[in-house]
Design a protein around this ligand. Sequence first.
Ligand code: AN0
Ligand code: CP
Length: 317
Amino acid sequence: MRTYTNVKDLGDLNAAIKEALEVKKNRFGYKHLGENKTLLMVFFNSSLRTRLSTQKAGMNLGMNTMVLDINQGAWKLETERGVIMDGDKSEHILEAIPVMGSYCDIIGVRAFAQFENKEDDYQEKILNQFIKYSGRPVFSMEAATGHPLQAFADLITIEEYKKTARPKVVLTWAPHPKALPQAVPNSFADFMNEADVDFVITHPKGYELDSKFVRGAKIEYNQDKALEGADFVYAKNWAAYTDPNYGKILSKDMSWTVTTEKMSLTNNACFMHCLPVRRNMIVSDDVIESPQSIVIQEAANREISAQTVIKRMLESL
Ligand code: AN0
Ligand code: CP
């Protein structure tokens, strides 16, 4: 595997789930693969889970791991060609990327949507420059339009907790005080559309996601109706995608918060969220603390999704 940015990169999804569950049972069984190999993780944005789980995954595989926080201690990077660099940016990404590539074997990149220009974000300008100029296999640790390590971990978690062959999975928008990217819901939809689940997306009008990710998924604007009979409730906030509101907050409607009352509409559903989560905005204390909440198990599976992806990259070096 040379790149990991979306569900298609995994090939046969059932085979990928099977491989992930094998990795989970035997996480130190592949240590020889990473001997004398170096993983570099580059962060343009904050992280708790991705940073720790991906480093752990690399260590499980016997790799040396390095982390670079671009905004803490590295030079500020210019990302546009042709700019006269007389401002606060000391280095161009076109030198920085091949230099980073020369010190490692595999690179993970976190570079969120900036919400300044929709085309720049949706063309994945930063991630694609790493793919083009690093000379190394590159995986997304949440880029502008996707978070495929999260969605893979989510799918593994659904596989582990499902009680029926084809569970009903509901992705619901929920309120949040700040504008958040569409990366997590985009990738979740990307994966659920390929998985053997009954997938429904619910959000207020105006929060429609890019049709490239939504594809044939069912959209239900009435959250209560969407939640009826759900086996999994996946909550997430995102800012508007559609023009002219790209990156804007259109609603903070607290009637969309996932509460015990909302969960009572479901088929005793499991509650999921990628974390970090704002309690009593996205989800009530009661729901996230309930036995139905599997957010910790979901986060733990980030180690497994990362290890499966890095393992495949090591195998193809
Ligand atoms: C980020 C987001 O919503 O994309 C990261 C989630 C994994 N969340 C925040 O910035 C709070
Ligand atoms: N879910 C997730 O990616 O968390 P972090 O932003 O803490 O890495």
